[in-house]
Design a protein around this ligand. Sequence first.
Ligand SMILES: [Zn+2]
Ligand SMILES: [Zn+2]
Length: 400
Amino acid sequence: MQSQKKVEDLLKQYPLCDSCLGRQFSSEHRSLDYASKGRDLRQQAELTNTAEQQQQQKPCYICGSLLSNLDRYVELVVNAIKGYEFSSIIIGAKIPISITEKEDHLRAEMKLRGGETVKTNFTGELNRIVSRRLGVEAKHHVPDITVVIDTLIDHAEVTPRPLYVYGRYVKTQRGIPQKRRRCPECRGEGCPKCNLTGYSTSDSVEQRLSEPLLNLFKAGKVKFTWLGGEDTDSLVLGRGRPFYAEVSEPMVRKPSNLESVMQTVNGAIALKEISILEGVPSSDRGFTVTFESNAALDQPVAEDVVKKLETAFTGAAVTMTPPGRSSLTKKIHKLTVESVEGDDKKRLRLRVECDGGLSIRRFLTGENSEVKPNVAEVLERKVVLDESAPFDILDVGFET
Ligand SMILES: [Zn+2]
Ligand SMILES: [Zn+2]
């Protein structure tokens, strides 16, 4: 048999473990794993005593002891992933290049066609053993956790896949900014003062939502994507403002008490909705905003002039040109003049439903002509927002 001769030649020159031997002849005995195949081939081979002794005493020429020490690496992985919640896993490995080179060299010299490499053999075995032992699926496509073993330093690096949540919050007290500020000490670099987060721990919507989410998922980081923003002194009412949060390095993926976080965040900032998404949120996030303005005019206007606002804007499109960016078109779905107050008719309250992302402030004041047309322009008056309560978000329309 041709392959038996080849096995004998190979074993005379190189000490090999069963797996590394079996793998070189992978096109035959397909049904067997490499180690069993290697064992069979070794038994059939007729070796001299010296060759057999060399086989028994020396470590494997290709892998050293990588494949005969699988149990040790299995333990390394199992210990590293303790405490993580997951239903699928993939294990990869960094192995010294010299190991790969030895296999290439041996295959070239002995004219072996070869098949799988020592690395895929090693990780394949680990995935098979670990997944069976823990009763989880081993899969390459979006596994819950990825483990990479560095065999040189005997270390297993665990990376859980981030998860995404969707929620809505309301804000019933003025004076709380939406976003966390950068740490004034280190300007976002991370320092002892900010606990290496790079963020100031002063009050904000983001801060109040972050901590409970971090605790719930035992996560490393949480990053928010807001559907629009409000002023520090604006309220957010109705169903609340939607947001997505990317939760990085979560140890918990399916908290049994997900909704308990709504009891935790239930003050001036209250979480009204929370759910875990199946995948990455879609980037198509069209939404509408209904707001009420609280502004003053520099000179009185006649009521019929104010009423013109309703016909001018309801159903109209405005152009928004943020500095240094290209123009966007936003639709004003409905504008209602709620009241023009005061003896001098200088207080103006509007209720507007518009596309999300419109700069409400600039739409009202016409500041820097960034939004055209705008309320100030149509009224031919200066519009000054009451900075202690400039506008409130009454509702945000959005379907997930
Ligand atoms: Zn080996
Ligand atoms: Zn800092």
